[in-house]
Write a protein that binds this ligand. Structure first.
Ligand SMILES: [Zn+2]
Length: 462
C-alpha cells in the first residue's frame, strides 16, 4: 500500500469516469434475508458484507493503527480524513479537484439530500457517486445529527443557560429547555423523530427504517445507523434514556439494512456502521460500544462504528479510548466531526481510523486558512503585498499557482474564486496532515511528527 500524498483517488480520476467496473449482481426474486457469512464472489450472488473489508497494516503505541478499508468504489488508506460534501458537493470545489488534492472519499448528508433533491432521485441517477461525478468511495451520515441539531438548534433554540450534569435533571427527564420565543423543530419519541424542514417548514419524520431506506437510496459505500444525538446540556438520566433508544434503533437499522441489501441486489454492498453515543459518561460509552460491538440481528452485524455525540475537546482522547477499548479490534472506526490538528493526533493515538468535518471548507469561505504555523485570516492587511503562497510548505494547487496577495484581493473584492482557492488549500492541508500521520504510523515516527506539527501550529510554548 502506498502512503503517498496522492495515491488512490488521483489514479481513479485522471481518466474519464467509468462505472463499468463497479460490481453488479443479478437481481433475485423475493428471497429471505440471507445471512452474510458466505462470500459473494459467485455471479448472481447478492451483495454481502464479505464484499468489503478492513485490514490493519501497521500499529503504533497502544492503539494507533494504519489500515486499508475496501469498498466497492475503491480502497481508503487509513487513517484518512474524509472531506464533507453536505449536499453532494464540497462547496465551491469540483470533485476532480477534491481527488487531485488527495481526498480518498467524500461524506454527504442524508438529511439534506432527503429534503433536496430526494433520495429517490439520487437513486435513479445511479447513486450518490454517479450523481455528483465522484467515482471513489462515499459516506453518508444518518441524518440524525442534522434532524436534531437543526431542529433543536443547540445554540439557536436551546437555552444557553441550560447547563448539563445533575443540575439539568428535570422531573420528566425531558430536557426541553427551549429558549423563549423559539420553536423547537424536532421532537424525539421512542419510534423516531418528527421535525420541520429547515427549507420550508414542512413536517417530516425519520425512523431507523426510513433512515436506512434513504441511505440505501443514496447508495454510499459507508452508511451510519440512525441514532439520537444528545448534548452536554442533557441530564444524565436523559443520556441513559437516549442511549437505550439508540440501542433499540440500532437493532432496527440492522434488520432494515439486511432487508434492503437482499432486495437491492442491483447495487454493490453498502456498509452499515453503528454509532456510539453516551456523551461524557465512561460507563455509558463503554456499554454502548459493547452493545453495538456485539450486536447481531440474524447474522447481521455492524461493519464498522462511528463515534458521535457531544465531546468536549479536553476529553476527546479519553472518550475515544473508552470506546475503542470495547469495540471489536478488526472493525474500522470513524470519529464524526473533527479536523483540528491536535484533535487528529489525539484521536488517531486513541485508535480512530477515519474522520470528517465541515470546518476546512466552512472557514475557508470566511477567509480563514490553515498554515504550518497556525490558522490565519487572509483579509488581514499584512497579506496585501504577500507575493508568495499562503503557506510556503504547502503543495496544494492554490499555493503552487497563486499568491496570498491575490487571494487577499479576491476576498476584498468578494470574488467567488476566493472560496474555491481557500477550500482547496484547507482541505489539502487536513488531508495531507492525516496522510503524513498515516506514514508516521508505518515508520514509527508518530510521536516526533506530533511534537513537530503541534509545536509549529500552536506555538512552541504549547
Ligand atoms: Zn496550499
Amino acid at each position: 500500500m502506498t502512503c503517498g500524498k496522492r495515491s488512490t483517488a488521483t489514479a481513479t480520476t485522471s481518466a474519464p469516469l467509468s462505472w463499468d467496473d463497479v460490481p453488479v449482481t443479478a437481481p433475485r426474486a423475493d428471497q429471505p434475508v440471507p445471512a452474510p457469512a458466505a462470500a459473494s464472489d459467485a455471479p448472481g450472488a447478492p451483495p454481502s458484507p464479505a464484499d468489503v473489508g478492513f485490514e490493519i497494516t501497521a500499529r503504533h503505541g497502544e492503539k494507533a493503527r494504519a489500515g486499508v478499508l475496501s469498498t466497492p468504489h475503491g480502497e481508503i488508506a487509513t487513517p484518512a480524513f474524509v472531506p464533507v460534501g453536505t449536499k453532494a458537493t464540497v462547496k465551491a470545489v469540483l470533485p476532480e479537484s477534491m481527488a487531485e488534492l488527495g481526498g480518498q472519499a467524500l461524506l454527504a448528508n442524508a438529511y439534506h439530500l432527503y429534503l433536496q433533491p430526494g433520495h429517490d432521485l439520487v437513486d435513479e441517477a445511479g447513486g450518490l457517486g454517479a450523481f455528483m461525478n465522484w467515482p471513489g468511495p462515499t459516506y453518508t451520515d444518518s441524518g440524525g445529527f442534522q434532524v436534531m441539531s437543526l431542529g433543536a438548534g443547540f445554540q439557536k433554540v436551546l437555552s444557553s443557560e441550560f447547563s448539563g450534569g445533575e443540575r439539568a435533571r428535570t422531573a420528566t427527564g425531558e430536557d426541553d429547555a427551549v429558549r423563549e420565543g423559539k420553536e423547537r423543530l424536532a421532537h424525539v419519541d421512542d419510534d423516531g423523530v418528527t421535525f420541520r424542514s429547515f427549507i420550508n417548514g414542512d413536517v417530516h419524520r425519520f425512523t431507523p427504517e426510513i433512515s436506512m431506506q434513504i441511505q440505501h437510496g443514496l447508495g454510499a459505500d459507508v452508511m451510519f445507523a440512525f441514532d439520537e444525538l444528545t448534548t452536554l446540556m442533557n441530564s444524565r438520566r436523559y443520556q441513559e434514556q437516549a442511549l437505550e433508544r439508540t440501542r433499540l434503533w440500532a437493532l432496527r437499522c440492522l434488520a432494515e439494512h439486511a432487508r434492503l441489501t437482499a432486495e437491492r441486489t442491483h447495487r454493490p454492498y453498502q456498509q452499515l456502521w453503528g454509532v456510539i453515543q453516551g456523551a461524557q459518561y465512561e460507563d455509558l460509552r463503554r456499554q454502548a460500544a459493547r452493545d453495538l460491538g456485539a450486536m447481531d440481528v440474524e447474522g447481521w452485524s455492524f461493519d464498522g462504528f462511528g463515534i458521535g455525540g457531544a465531546l468536549e475537546k479536553e476529553n476527546l482522547g479519553t472518550i475515544v479510548g473508552w470506546v475503542t477499548d470495547e469495540l471489536p479490534e478488526a472493525r474500522p472506526r470513524h470519529l464524526l466531526g473533527i479536523s483540528e490538528v491536535d484533535d487528529l493526533f489525539v484521536a488517531i493515538a486513541a485508535g480512530a481510523d477515519t474522520f470528517d468535518c465541515v470546518s476546512p471548507s466552512r472557514v475557508a469561505r470566511n477567509s480563514a486558512v490553515y498554515t504550518r504555523t497556525g490558522r490565519v485570516n487572509l483579509t488581514g492587511s499584512r497579506y496585501r503585498r504577500q507575493f508568495a503562497p499562503i503557506d510556503e510548505t504547502c503543495d496544494c494547487y492554490t499555493c503552487t499557482h497563486y499568491t496570498a496577495a491575490y487571494v487577499h484581493h479576491l476576498f476584498r473584492a468578494k470574488e467567488m474564486l476566493s472560496s474555491t482557492l481557500c477550500t482547496i488549500h484547507n482541505e489539502r492541508f487536513v488531508v495531507r496532515l492525516v496522510d503524513r500521520i498515516r506514514a508516521s504510523l508505518q515508520d514509527g515516527s508518530f510521536d516526533a511528527l506530533r511534537e513537530e506539527t503541534t509545536g509549529a501550529y500552536y506555538g512552541e510554548a504549547r
